[in-house]
Design a protein around this ligand. Structure first.
Ligand SMILES: Nc1ncnc2c1ncn2[C@@H]1O[C@H](COP(=O)(O)OP(=O)(O)OP(=O)(O)O)[C@@H](O)[C@H]1O
Ligand SMILES: [Mg+2]
Length: 520
């Protein structure tokens, strides 16, 4: 067994936190090694050390048996290590091929040889099954394709060990399947991969070995075939995790939110939501199932007031809010957990405490006499929320930017839930969040429902839709195809409708007829 990488006793401290505490990690040549653990357990930090972005306070790194010093990414690249980050670093107005060669241009004289770059991108795309148009501009392609560009970029620089930091968190379920295929292709061609994910299913589907971190320490490494969902969940969180949400049947009351004949056009003038009628009652969760890009994002942004509507009406607690500002809507009882926490949910440069009052910062008790900032009240609010939502580290004065991805999400959820909104929009509420925190957020969503909030849940995860919703609406091509009781929904049925199938064409017999065991 040859090791492509051995990290030995790596320690990395930040003020007040030991992000990596004597962590060792061995990666065998040609394997897919999953790296898992709760939010803030130190995964990204360890990989940033390996890629030369952070310097370890202690420890050693061996690449192909050789002790090495990695001072900066350039050193890592020279050792054939590549990294794809949680947040991409592409240049939007440039093309795919330009981005791939950026920083390491193939030069011909002094001019960049664009033609050659395109050919190279095409060759790599083909070799690894990473289809993407080399001439397309980054701003015009999907997130899944942008990720492919990042992978191509690393391969182009000769990566033999590829670090993928939560690549699946931003993908649709179909794109995740494609990614798994790409990873298997890469492995077949001899590339070693370190794969960070919160999805245990993905770990089991694709990895050879898995290393678990908890609170900056290594819990252990296991062969994937010797472990299972429960075992991994327990290793990650240190206790048994409820993989099912416990909830009583809904008791829906009055309508808190209604959309009537709602139509929304995007910046380019094309109609993305095409005449929708929707009602959410107090005390119920209405789930929207749909393949991403079918109008769900526009729908929630319009309800939150971040996008204007083209036609129709939005009603909150009986009042027409169609033309109110986002802040007015918040004050009328709207809670909003946005899908893009960096763009909509947080100000990364502000402290956690300030982020926890965003939108309410002009109100009592956070200001006194309308102008004086009440630091005491802001701190108290933060201390309370950081504790009850288990934000780590529990430091109200840290900048939001220094929190791990999942902990940033907890800050947004804490702020929006704590105001006991009467109508709560949750868009991808558990994206990038660890399993312990998923369990917690799910319980909180149900708790909001039971306190009388109407909840609109948008998620790319069918599991999440099925386990939380009381009713499910399927959205396809800007329209609601059908709405059903959650009890009548199955993954298969939703999948069929999400791809444009008509309710009347769906046959139950097809699904229930022959159970899988009998078939095989
Ligand atoms: N630049 C930084 N400055 C201060 N603290 C940091 C910095 N980067 C990370 N940390 C802290 O180090 C710890 C480990 O964070 P890290 O980002 O490695 O977690 P992670 O396992 O990748 O989590 P997630 O699953 O949420 O992405 C956290 O407590 C985090 O707040
Ligand atoms: Mg991370």
């Amino acid at each position: 067994m040859k090791h492509i990488l051995q990290m030995k006793h790596i320690t990395k401290r930040f003020p007040g936190v030991v992000a990596n505490d004597q962590i060792s990690l061995d990666v065998i040549d040609g394997e897919i090694h999953a790296l898992v653990g709760e939010n803030g357990s130190g995964k990204s930090t360890l990989m940033n050390v390996l890629y030369g972005l952070y310097h370890a306070d202690e420890g050693e790194i061996f690449v192909r048996g050789q002790r090495t010093k990695i001072e900066e990414p350039r050193d890592a690249i020279n050792l054939h290590i590549g990294m794809v980050f949680q947040h991409f670093m592409l240049v939007e107005p440039l093309t795919v091929a330009e981005n791939v060669i950026l920083g390491s241009e193939i030069r011909q004289g002094v001019k960049v040889d664009y033609k050659k770059a395109v050919a190279e991108v095409q060759r790599l795309s083909k070799e690894y099954g990473l289809q993407v148009d080399p001439h397309a501009k980054i701003q015009d392609i999907s997130v899944g394709q942008q990720q492919r560009v990042e992978i191509l970029k690393a391969l182009y620089r000769g990566a033999e060990l590829l670090i993928l930091d939560e690549p699946s968190a931003v993908l649709t379920p179909q794109e995740v399947e494609d990614l798994i295929e790409v990873m298997n292709n890469l492995k077949a061609q001899g590339t070693s991969i370190i794969f960070i994910t919160h999805k245990i299913k993905e770990v089991l589907a694709v990895s050879d070995n898995v290393t678990v971190l908890r609170r900056g320490k290594k819990v252990g490494t296991k062969a994937t075939k010797d472990t299972d969902e429960r075992d991994l969940a327990e290793m990650m969180v240190g206790r048994d995790v409820l993989l099912q949400v416990e909830k009583t049947p809904a008791e829906p009351k009055d309508v808190v939110f209604a959309a009537k004949d709602l139509s929304i056009k995007d910046e380019r003038g094309s109609e993305r939501v095409r005449g929708i009628d929707l009602e959410v009652r107090s005390g119920e969760v209405l789930g929207i199932a749909g393949v991403e890009g079918n109008g769900q994002s526009q729908l929630v942004e319009a309800i939150a007031g971040l996008m204007s509507i083209h036609r129709g009406k939005l009603q909150l607690n009986g009042s027409d809010i169609s033309h109110r500002t986002p802040l007015q809507r918040k004050r009328s009882g709207l809670g909003y957990v946005p899908e893009d926490r960096h763009r909509r949910g947080l100000i990364l440069d502000y402290s956690v405490a300030d982020n926890l009052i965003l939108g309410f910062h002009g109100e009592e008790p956070y200001v006194r006499y309308k102008v004086l900032r009440n630091d005491r009240a802001i701190q108290d609010n933060a201390i309370k929320l950081v504790e009850s939502y288990d934000v780590r580290p529990p430091e109200p004065n840290y900048k939001a930017a220094s929190l791990s991805g999942g902990n940033q999400q907890k800050v947004v959820v804490a702020r929006e839930f704590t105001r006991t909104p009467s109508f709560l929009i949750c868009a991808q509420p558990t994206r990038g969040v660890d399993i312990g925190a998923i369990e917690f957020i799910h319980q909180q969503i149900i708790a909001q429902r039971d306190q009388g909030a109407g909840v609109l849940l948008v998620s790319a995860e069918l599991d999440e839709i099925l386990s939380l919703s009381d009713r499910i609406a399927v959205m396809y091509n800007g329209k609601i195809v059908t709405t059903m009781d959650a009890a009548d929904a199955t993954e298969k049925k939703l999948g069929f409708l999400m791809l444009g199938g008509q309710p009347e064409d769906y046959s139950e017999a097809e699904e229930g007829g022959i159970p899988d065991e009998v078939e095989s």
